[in-house]
Design a protein around this ligand. Structure first.
Ligand SMILES: [Zn+2]
Length: 69
């Protein structure tokens, strides 16, 4: 099973200040702030690569990420 740092944040195993959350995506501050405001917006589904995104589901996720940004 794939289990990355983002999955741990989603599972609340790693604390993060959740700035936004809906059924598909979550946004929180980056742990290593490279700019005064540096927020990560991630899909709730574990996606290893952009190559995993295809079809309507991929479009939905990418569209939601852009709209939340
Ligand atoms: Zn993951």
């Amino acid at each position: 099973m794939n289990y990355c740092i983002f999955c741990k944040i989603l599972n609340k195993e790693v604390p993060a200040e959740i700035l936004y959350e809906d059924d598909k995506v979550v946004a929180f501050p980056d742990i290593a702030q490279l700019a005064p405001v540096h927020v990560l917006i991630i899909p709730k589904e574990h996606i290893t690569s952009i190559n995993d995104l295809s079809g309507v589901v991929g479009e939905e996720i990418v569209g939601r990420l852009l709209m939340v940004a």
